[in-house]
Design a protein around this ligand. Sequence first.
Ligand SMILES: Nc1nc2c(ncn2[C@@H]2O[C@H](COP(=O)(O)OP(=O)(O)OP(=O)(O)O)[C@@H](O)[C@H]2O)c(=O)[nH]1
Ligand SMILES: [Mg+2]
Length: 234
Amino acid sequence: MKTIIVIPTYNEKENIIRIIPEIKKRFRKAHVLVVDDKSPDGTAAVVKAMAKKDRSIKLIERSGKYGLGTAYVEGFKYALERGYDHIFEMDADYSHDPKYLPDFVKAMKSSDIVVGSRYVNGVSVINWPLQRLMLSKFANFYARAITGLPMTDCTSGFKCYSRKVLEAVGLNNVHSDGYAFQIEMHYKAWKKGFKITEIPIIFVDRVNGTSKMSKRVIAEAAWKVWELKFGIKK
Ligand SMILES: Nc1nc2c(ncn2[C@@H]2O[C@H](COP(=O)(O)OP(=O)(O)OP(=O)(O)O)[C@@H](O)[C@H]2O)c(=O)[nH]1
Ligand SMILES: [Mg+2]
């Protein structure tokens, strides 16, 4: 199986330099693709230096901050064009611990998508303010109630897709960002009949760097579920 781990970055210099070696340690054969949006802190330069020494590390440098959703779509297209079988989504900020990568690989043997869930066994989130946890729990309740998506954590961004899922969902029609992007990908895959498996992960709030979470991200997700449910826009 040819595997690639897609990591979008915006100002993640301190994190990316540490997390890539940890990923390689846990999953030697996986390739890593960083999609950087011209981070002012020089994240791309750091990745470029690593890529020079290790050809399994790849970098897409975009010309500006175009958002998480389009970064993923660009990374997924890169992966499909180059024949990868398993394509991971992962954040650079250590909320997604590389130690879980083998669990995903195992679960992929009998699934089309494996999602790391914070809510399989109650709540597994460390260092989030109560407000943030409540927002996430509510977002999940809301998305599930409206769309029927049978998942405990439909906004999770730690996951692995088999290539047939990404081929089937129609990446050119995915335009959302942030939380909405995750919900849209899950919903479209589920509607097409793909098997989604959730595995438990412990999610830790970022230690270094700053969050890109905003009111716009929340509003987009709130609207997106109605769009998906009623097919207002494809
Ligand atoms: N390429 C690219 N990456 C982004 C962009 N916004 C966020 N990211 C990256 O996407 C990942 C998730 O972003 P976060 O800021 O951690 O968002 P979050 O996980 O919702 O929020 P916190 O963990 O609370 O900070 C990180 O690796 C970010 O660097 C963007 O506009 N472009
Ligand atoms: Mg994060």
